[in-house]
Design a protein around this ligand. Structure first.
Ligand code: CA
Length: 188
């Protein structure tokens, strides 16, 4: 079984991405990469343990990518940016960034220390179990369900059913087993 931590690096500059990826792999990380915001939001479905996000992306504002990540998941995000004004820091942290490193002050060892901290912290509070198919997103830990962009309120039973279906997506479930799983002993 693969127990390596997985990190998603969102960065469009090859000059930056290539050495960073190599360094992370040498430090025993599995590395996913995305060069655009849109690609990044797809790769999140591979459930990385942490995300490194550059704010200067070609297709979307990095802050908007950050907001979207935080809207659908609790994966920790380390912002890595050339921008270093107080406004940039405030904007990143108020939109959910878990940590921030400026490119001018970049030491790769520091990235690894920060990532390890973020992942350790997150693992203590539970996994990021997340379901998403482009329209429907379910965070199994927080039980937050969204369809397109809208948060959906479900009763407890409705949520349990949806979770069961999502976790068995593509599989055929027998009525009998659905009733037993959801209604348990009260079903006869
Ligand atoms: Ca960039």
């Amino acid at each position: 079984m693969n127990t390596k931590n997985k990190v998603l690096v969102i960065e469009d500059s090859e000059d930056f991405l290539t050495p960073l990826r190599t360094f992370l792999m040498l430090n025993d990380y599995d590395v996913l990469t995305a060069e655009t915001g849109k690609e990044a939001l797809d790769k999140i479905m591979e459930e990385p343990d942490a995300i490194i996000l550059d704010l200067g992306l070609p297709d979307m504002e990095g802050i908007d990518v950050l907001k979207e990540i935080k809207r659908i998941t609790e994966i920790p995000v380390l912002v890595l940016s050339a921008r270093d004004s107080k406004n940039d820091f405030e904007s990143a942290f108020s939109n959910g960034a878990d940590d921030y490193i400026t490119k001018s002050n970049l030491k790769e060892e520091l990235i690894v220390v920060k990532l390890n901290n973020l992942i350790g912290r997150n693992k203590q509070t539970g996994s990021n179990a997340l379901f998403g198919n482009g329209k429907l997103y379910i965070d199994f830990r927080t039980k937050v369900v969204r369809v397109n962009d809208t948060k959906v309120h479900l009763t407890e039973r409705e949520y349990e059913l949806l979770e069961l279906f999502a976790q068995n997506a593509g599989k055929l479930l027998e009525n009998e087993s659905i009733f037993r799983k959801i209604w348990g002993d009260t079903y006869s």
